[in-house]
Design a protein. Structure first.
Length: 261
């Protein structure tokens, strides 16, 4: 029985265990997936412990996607380019880092029909997920504009979003609005955007997405991205490809369970 898991700061909001368990059930595999809350100061020791305990692979989430890189033996080119790791494979006594957020974000845009080619994409946040999103946007014909609380040569301020031209895509890569702080939103005004993508998946409809829907704007949360990047991570851990429809199968199972609750 193989062991997998997720390391991050606070994981009470995470759906990752359920997603991977549904994947195991779908392919008929008996493996385990654990949520492992890890303070930043314990990151190196946690990785060593997991390796010693026989883990085959782990996912990495906030706030460790960048910090974990210094403890890895090898880093895949896409993760090196993005500057963040969200998937680690334990093999032959070494730790290999990958980034599947890039893939998951692209699959989300495809799934919900959001075309970014030739458009301005406004990215809220500067963490590991924002790096993956910005890399995908640039590689697919979009102009990337970062938005920050502290404007600089590389980022506009939040107040400037009120004056940007219509037709862009807003992408929230911050945790603002995530459970349990569901009454918060990184910005209030979303009028004028073609689409709003919020990488948060708990709650499934953040205040930001509710505001977008009220303005008749396409609003997409991060659940499909979470499932797609998880299935991609499983392919890395198993040294195999997977059928594309397994993403939709697992995604549908997750949504059905959430609706039942």
């Amino acid at each position: 029985m193989a062991k997998y898991g997720l390391i991050g700061g606070k994981l009470g909001h995470s759906y990752s265990m359920g997603i991977h368990e549904k994947y195991f059930a779908t392919i008929g595999e008996k493996s385990t997936y654990e949520l492992i809350e890890t303070p930043t100061e314990n990151l190196k020791q946690t990785l060593e412990n997991l390796a010693n305990e026989g883990y085959c692979g782990i996912n990495v989430t906030i706030p460790h996607k960048k910090a974990v890189m210094e403890f890895l033996d090898e880093i895949a080119p896409e993760a090196e380019f993005i500057g963040a790791v969200n998937t680690i494979k334990f093999e032959n006594g070494k730790l290999f880092g990958f980034n599947t957020d890039y893939y998951g974000f692209g699959k989300t845009l495809d799934k919900f029909g959001i075309d970014i080619s030739g458009k301005k994409t406004y990215i809220l946040g500067t963490g590991g997920a924002a790096n993956a999103v910005s890399a995908y946007c640039r590689n697919n014909g979009a102009e990337v504009i970062f938005v920050s609380r502290t404007p600089s040569n590389n980022a506009i301020g939040y107040d400037e979003l009120k004056n940007v031209p219509a037709g862009g895509v807003l992408i929230n890569c911050t945790p603002v609005g995530m459970y349990p702080d569901t009454d918060a939103a990184p910005i209030e005004c979303v009028d004028g955007f073609d689409a709003v993508v919020d990488l948060i998946y708990n709650p499934t409809k953040t205040k930001l997405l509710k505001n977008a829907e009220e303005h008749g704007i396409k609003a997409v949360n991060g659940m499909y991205m979470l499932v797609a990047q998880a299935i991609c991570a499983e392919a890395i851990w198993h040294n195999t490809d997977f059928e594309e429809n397994i993403i939709d199968d697992v995604y549908t199972q997750v949504l059905n369970k959430m609706e039942a609750n």
